[in-house]
Design a protein. Structure first.
Length: 284
């Protein structure tokens, strides 16, 4: 009975430590501010990420996710999650939004890519099916879409009236076919709806080669990072690698080549450092 109680307490403690180390970050949804400004964020993405102003005519603004600050940067404004609210801040104002609608990903939602055409982002704000077109110029536009017939093909006005069809390749959920008046294209899904999890890599990591990795983190920002052996110490300046979704960092050092450190999200206690053409595996 005593052993069971100890294990229960230990399990509770471990779960709470993990909860403090890893927090889910999700800005997606349909939001409204105190002044009535409506915002639609269709997807989380480490890199170029759209935000739609929904008042009057929907307008797409392209921002960029910043992993270090955990914010979406759109022009001169930053959007972040604070106590389950979407907070926009810039040099002039702070605006708080309440989520009116959470998003429920469907089988076809995500970001689809075609070389030369750019990307299509498919999502639903709770009432309307939307397609955001992001060409290579990043001048994104948003379009309403409708199922015809129900759940078979998606009709949308892009290059004329186009049809998006997933049934032509039923064995591959990440391929769709677009038929327009003058063009026909295959599109490949490159990103599915997901949430992000913060990480805590701070502490001491060791390797079988005799190297020790020391990392200092404050939130998602890096402080002192270095590796040492009996013979030498190598200091680094650490920063997140874009589009790695919090899995890889760039380690820069003076007068020598850079290194890359990656942690597999499925093996969070194992890190691989690629430096000078070698891979050093660290564990903690």
């Amino acid at each position: 009975m005593i052993v069971f109680s100890c294990l229960t307490v230990l399990g509770f403690f471990t779960q709470n430590v993990f909860a403090k180390e890893a927090q889910t970050v999700d800005l997606t949804g349909y939001w409204e501010s105190e002044s009535g400004v409506k915002v639609f964020i269709p997807i989380m993405r480490d890199g170029p990420m759209p935000l739609v102003l929904m008042n009057k005519k929907p307008t797409v603004l392209m921002g960029k996710w910043d992993w270090a600050s955990q914010t979406l940067q759109v022009n001169n404004s930053r959007f972040s999650m604070v106590e389950n609210r979407l907070v926009m801040t810039n040099n002039k104002v702070t605006q708080t939004h309440q989520r009116l609608q959470t998003l429920t990903p469907q089988f076809n939602h995500g970001i689809w890519y075609h070389e030369g055409k750019g990307e299509l982002l498919i999502s639903n704000d709770g009432k309307t099916e939307w397609i955001i077109q992001i060409p290579p110029s990043q001048q994104a536009t948003i379009h309403k879409a409708k199922w015809r017939p129900e759940n078979e093909v998606l009709k949308v006005r892009l290059d004329g009236r186009c049809t998006l069809d997933w049934l032509y390749e039923p064995d591959d959920n990440d391929l769709m076919y677009m038929l327009c008046p003058n063009t026909e294209h295959d599109w490949l899904r490159i990103h599915k709806p997901t949430t992000f999890q913060t990480v805590d890599w701070s502490g001491t990591w060791t390797s079988k080669q005799g190297w020790t990795l020391e990392m200092d983190m404050s939130g998602q920002q890096f402080g002192k990072v270095y590796i040492e052996s009996e013979e030498r110490i190598i200091d680094f300046t650490a920063s997140w690698i874009g589009r790695s979704e919090g899995h890889s960092i760039l380690l820069e050092r003076k007068k020598e080549s850079n290194a890359i450190l990656s942690v597999d999200p499925n093996l969070p206690a194992r890190a691989t450092l690629r430096i000078d053409g070698l891979d050093i595996v660290f564990t903690r």
